[in-house]
Design a protein around this ligand. Structure first.
Ligand code: SF4
Length: 375
């Protein structure tokens, strides 16, 4: 894709341009800090840059290439959906989720901490993975975001909330836009953002060749895998991409990833009535995961319209599924709270909706990071 102007947060491009023009690299994080604090600035307003930097910035870069088109709060203020317009006219969504960690319990005692925010970020416009339960999948793939366009979602959100965690669980499959993902994360973890790598989670359907290099490229990041089924045929039924990345190969890649990273893996499992939520599936999942260090997050399915071929699992099924994983296999298993449904900001609901299509109803409070993942 060709751009009129590049985002100043396209790290590789700005570094290369500065080097070519003989401008010192240490100005770049200073420019980013200024843009975060003054998103509507003109380059001439920036204090104390070498004169070559001003002409370069003016001719090739914009402080921000995207604009915040609309902001919609859920009725209980727990989630805020940002609709971001890109310079090519496309839209992506990002969702801020606010929660109070002290509402949860740990070892029977209140958790430490207090209010904080997580930003769910999009990595592509649309998605080509086509998961059958996912609203974004119905859009098809439109385009990849640049690293700058990914980072700009954090810049927009930081004006509305103090963002502590970032999750790549919005529109798109982040590992299908790998180079931009890696560059965006490196910018977010460096000056001036300084988001801790352990507070960034990337969620994937299981792109095996990218998982193989994920830890060496982005050490310390969390990996979440949308598993959704414990056996290959059920997985293929709900996630067409599973044909290209068979379960056995995926589990081998995860074993290698865990051996190298020594990090636990978050497993996302959407509960679909009569498809993957029976007791036999819980036992199959338990056996598949019992040798891993994982946290399984059971996600009640959000219907995405009357055309959906799936139904939400009943509470009793979700609860017995959880009991089997915990009781028979000693696997830490949480059930995701529903949140943000009134603004289509919940799991599998990130598809570009203009605000006048949104209706309001209340959502319950959120208590834990594991409850926050979008898909
Ligand atoms: S669940 Fe994720 S990978 Fe699957 S279609 Fe939706 S956005 Fe793409």
């Amino acid at each position: 894709m060709t751009y009129d102007y590049r985002s100043v947060f396209d790290g590789g491009i700005i570094r290369a341009e500065f080097e070519k023009a003989g401008i010192k690299q240490h100005f770049i994080p200073l420019i980013w800090k200024y843009v975060i604090e003054n998103p509507n600035c003109e380059w001439d307003e920036f204090p104390s840059l070498p004169s070559a930097a001003y002409s370069l910035l003016r001719s090739k870069f914009k402080p921000l290439t995207s604009t915040l088109h609309s902001v919609v709060d859920s009725s209980d203020d727990v989630t805020t959906k940002l609709l971001v317009k890109l310079q090519n006219g496309g839209f992506v969504e990002a969702v801020i989720m606010r929660y109070d960690s002290s509402l949860g319990k740990y070892n029977g005692k209140p958790r430490p901490g207090g209010p904080r925010s997580t930003l769910c970020i999009s990595s592509q416009v649309g998605c080509k993975m086509g998961c059958n339960f996912c609203a974004t999948g119905t859009m098809g793939f439109k385009s990849n975001l640049s690293s700058g366009e990914i980072v700009e979602q954090l810049v927009h959100a930081s004006r509305l909330s103090n963002i502590r965690n970032v999750v790549f669980m919005g529109m798109g499959e982040p590992l299908n836009n790998y180079a931009a993902l890696v560059e965006a994360v490196r910018i977010m973890t460096g000056l001036p953002f300084q988001v801790s790598p352990k507070r960034i989670t990337v969620s994937t359907v299981g792109i095996v060749h990218a998982i193989n290099k994920f830890h060496s490229d982005l050490p310390g990041l969390n990996l979440a895998v949308s598993l959704h089924a414990p056996v290959q045929d059920v997985r293929c039924q709900i996630m067409p991409a599973a044909r290209a990345f068979p379960l056995e190969k995926l589990m081998n890649a995860l074993k290698e990833y865990q051996k190298n990273s020594q990090q636990k893996i978050f497993i996302e499992y959407i509960m679909l009535d009569g498809v993957n939520d029976e007791e036999q599936h819980a036992h199959q999942l338990g056996k598949l995961l019992e040798t891993f260090q994982v946290v399984v997050n059971l996600i009640p399915f959000n219907p995405i319209g009357s055309a959906s071929q799936f139904r939400t699992s009943g509470d009793n099924k979700v609860s017995s599924f959880q009991k089997i994983l915990r009781g028979s296999y000693n696997i830490r298993t949480t059930v995701r709270k529903q949140m943000g449904q009134d603004i289509s900001g919940a799991c599998g609901q990130l598809v570009v909706n203009l605000p006048d299509k949104m209706s309001a109803k209340s959502t319950p409070p959120v208590t834990d990071i594991e409850d926050l993942c979008i898909r």
